[in-house]
Design a protein around this ligand. Structure first.
Ligand SMILES: Nc1ncnc2c1ncn2[C@@H]1O[C@H](COP(=O)(O)OP(=O)(O)OP(=O)(O)O)[C@@H](O)[C@H]1O
Ligand SMILES: [Mg+2]
Length: 349
């Protein structure tokens, strides 16, 4: 039996009041995260990925935000937790890694000192003990010459090393949950692969529960167990990594797979990228918000289907598309063989 969820997000909604109206950035997202599991949230720019992550850790609490639903960490409701409880919890139980570590480190202080201070904000530790801990962390995340590099300033680190230092900082207090928002986007492909490898290793070794946010399904393929595909604030498809890659059900997922850049394997198909751009959240069409861009739109699409399991053999593989599984399979074949041929290693597993 799978372990109980560490983090449970249930029907989370986040709307921002703006002069033009309410921007419903997150519109009813639910998922569970278990120890050792990597849940990926994928989607184009503006789909609500970061707002989801930020809301979990209380960073969207502002006058213009309306937050509904629930976020529970081992049963404790984070949405109603006090600001001070949340501050205590950030870093301590939930670590965070962001896209650009340059903005996460203050350029005028040594990297090591900044991590020591982050530790000392939560734990009673001497400076020298803290520094020893940072050296250990640097070694764990693969920063060479850790003893010496703890005294460097942020600009003395390369992009990849800065990202490793950011990961060291996120792990400093041994959190149970790690939230990584586009952790490799700013890096070139080789470094990206190294950082993803490191995240996967840490995840395994420390039994971390990880939320990985990215617009790139190639990144997801490297490390995720489960995948949530978001479009305009809603999950349009969710399933295991293999289900999303080898039996994708939603035409939007097919589009994302079409724009895939895989590090380790050639593209499995020849699809064009998705035409058009994501909709304005202030002016969504009725029904499925993807329909203006969807080549398969038909008479039912002005109503939005629920997120449901539509394949008899896969109870946790859900999507929001009215096409029948048979129609989807046929259309996928026409579109370019997406997902129909799992590579040998997956078939054997
Ligand atoms: N404070 C805010 N006030 C108003 N709108 C906001 C606010 N914060 C975010 N939004 C809007 O919410 C939507 C979702 O934003 P979010 O940052 O979650 O997107 P994302 O999926 O992370 O995209 P990206 O890939 O570009 O990072 C966007 O339309 C954004 O403009
Ligand atoms: Mg984002």
């Amino acid at each position: 039996m799978s372990p109980a969820p560490l983090l449970s997000v249930s029907d989370l909604r986040v709307g921002f009041a703006t002069e033009e109206g309410v921007v419903q950035a997150v519109d009813g997202i639910s998922f569970d995260l278990r120890p050792g599991e990597v849940v990926a949230i994928v989607g184009e720019s503006g789909s609500g990925k970061s707002v989801t992550a930020q809301t979990i850790i209380g960073l969207t609490r502002a006058n213009n935000a309306r937050i509904e639903g629930s976020v529970k960490l081992e049963g404790e409701d984070l949405l109603s937790a006090s600001d001070s409880d949340l501050r205590r919890l950030r870093g301590d139980r939930i670590g965070m890694i962001f896209q650009d570590p340059m903005t996460s480190f203050n350029p005028v202080y040594r990297i090591g000192d900044q991590i020591v201070e982050a530790i000392r904000a939560h734990r009673e530790t001497s400076k020298s003990e803290g520094k020893r801990r940072v050296v250990e962390l640097f070694e764990a995340v693969g920063i060479p010459n850790a003893e010496r590099r703890v005294d460097d300033y942020p600009h003395e680190f390369s992009g990849g090393m800065r990202q490793r230092a950011m990961i060291a900082m996120a792990l400093a207090l041994e959190p149970e949950v790690l939230i990584a928002d586009e952790p490799t986007t700013a890096l070139d492909v080789t470094i990206q692969a190294q950082i993803l490898g490191l995240l996967e290793q840490l995840n395994r070794e420390r039994n971390l529960a990880t939320i990985l946010i990215t617009h790139d399904l190639g990144v997801v393929a490297e490390v995720a167990d489960r995948v949530l595909v978001m479009y305009a604030g809603k999950v349009v498809e969710e399933g295991t990594l293999d289900e999303i890659f080898y039996d994708p059900q939603h035409p939007y997922t097919w589009g994302l797979l079409g724009s895939l850049t895989r590090i380790d394997r050639p593209r499995p198909h020849r699809l064009p990228q998705i035409a058009g751009s994501p909709p304005s959240l202030l002016d969504l069409p009725d029904g499925c918000p993807f329909r203006p861009r969807c080549p398969h739109e038909f008479s039912k699409c002005p109503q939005y289907p629920g997120l449901e399991a539509r394949l008899p053999e896969a109870a946790d593989h859900r999507d929001r598309c009215w096409l029948t599984p048979e129609e989807k399979k046929a259309k996928r074949l026409v579109e370019g063989q997406i997902g129909l041929e799992p590579p040998p290693e997956v078939r054997q597993a």
